[in-house]
Ligand binder design. Structure first.
Ligand code: PEP
Ligand code: MN
Length: 344
């Protein structure tokens, strides 16, 4: 349920509405919009009656949200969510580029690639320190050491860090370094982890599970928002189908569908989506053409030597070429590639 109030409602009227919601054992969520202020309600809705709210001052209307996901829905918030960082924003007119290797492998490797990406104007560096691998014998990431290197890169090179959380135990450490905490495909429905990240101030990049429907993804995002963290970026990264030529099937259908049904920004990861480096640029372009708010691309200085996902990683040179093409494409979809022009 949504309580719609005028934008200039006095604070005491807003607080009365919120008190009423709490008295019904539900949680109020204040969602300022451009035309109206909405107070979203989550919790056991059976106890709520519209009349309870219509009686209160400054309440214009009470709207039932028809979707099973509430806080993430466009019904709740018609305006696009724009997530603000110190010198970047995700959503709206920004076209966000997140780039970097699959994993942090050693100090030299992460510093080298971070330096090259910084020179291209990239603001967000991706790299996993804790890697969820299908085989227990594969490289599992440098763990704490990897986080330490990421923290050094962040301070010395000046890049924002996107890195994955594998479990709740390491979350406090990760949240100190990460500007954006990635919840990977394998953890998309780890509901207790979603509740934990929902209590943090960090932005969350929530990747679609490999067998998850679009609704599953939105319901998982709802877990995070319901805990009070509204800074969620969704990520389409391909789903499992019967196709075997490609690693996954990049479901670009998800982009316009999610744009219609949710106000959250959505980016696309074509590297995992197709899994073959020379096809990544085509799918990155397609992602932007269909309305994505950005792309996340795996880039490695020496893909052949990479400890994970080398086959789908672009070299810095190939990545630079893709970046140039994305800059040409962006204005056609009314967006602007969000890179640091000063350093390019
Ligand atoms: C990754 O981004 O390197 C990764 C493991 O992604 P996913 O969770 O989409 O497989
Ligand atoms: Mn990877």
């Amino acid at each position: 349920m949504l309580i719609m109030m005028s934008l200039n409602s006095p604070r005491e009227h807003i607080e009365k509405v919120k008190e009423k919601i709490r008295s019904k054992n539900c949680m109020p969520h204040e969602i300022p919009g451009s035309v109206k202020l909405a107070i979203g309600i989550t919790g056991p809705s059976t106890k709520l009656s519209e009349d309870d709210f219509l009686r209160l001052e400054s309440v214009d209307e009470v709207v039932r949200v028809s979707k099973p996901y509430k806080l993430v829905s466009r019904e709740m918030k018609p305006d696009d969510t724009i997530i603000k960082f110190n010198n970047a924003s995700v959503g709206g007119e920004s076209l966000t580029i997140i780039a970097g290797p699959c994993s942090v492998e050693n100090r030299q490797q992460i510093f080298d690639i971070a330096g090259e990406l910084k020179e291209m104007g990239i603001k967000f560096l991706r790299a996993g320190a804790y890697k969820p691998r299908s085989s227990p014998y594969s490289f599992q990431g440098l763990k704490e050491k990897g986080l330490e290197y990421l923290s050094e890169v962040k301070n010395e090179i000046g890049l924002m860090i996107v890195t994955e959380v594998k479990d709740a135990t390491t979350l406090p450490l990760i949240s100190q370094v990460a500007d954006v905490i990635q919840v990977g495909a394998r953890n998309m429905q780890n509901f207790s982890l979603l509740e934990e990240v929902g209590q943090l101030p960090n932005a969350i990049l929530l990747k679609r599970g490999m067998s998850a429907t679009i609704e599953d993804l939105l319901m998982s995002a709802e877990y995070i928002l319901s805990q009070g963290n509204y800074n969620v970026i969704l990520c389409e990264r391909g789903i499992r189908t019967f196709e075997t030529y490609t690693r996954n099937t990049l479901d670009l259908n998800a982009v316009p569908v999610i744009k219609k049904n949710s106000h959250l920004p959505i980016i696309v990861d074509p590297s995992h989506g197709i899994g073959i480096w020379d096809k990544v640029p085509a799918m990155a372009m397609a992602a932007i053409a269909c309305g994505a708010d950005g792309v996340m691309i795996e880039v490695h200085s020496n893909p052949e030597q990479a400890l994970s996902d080398g086959f789908q990683s672009l070299t810095p040179k190939n990545f630079k070429m893709l970046l140039n093409k994305l800059e040409q494409l962006a204005p056609i979809v009314n967006k602007k590639v969000d890179i640091d022009v000063a350093v390019t």
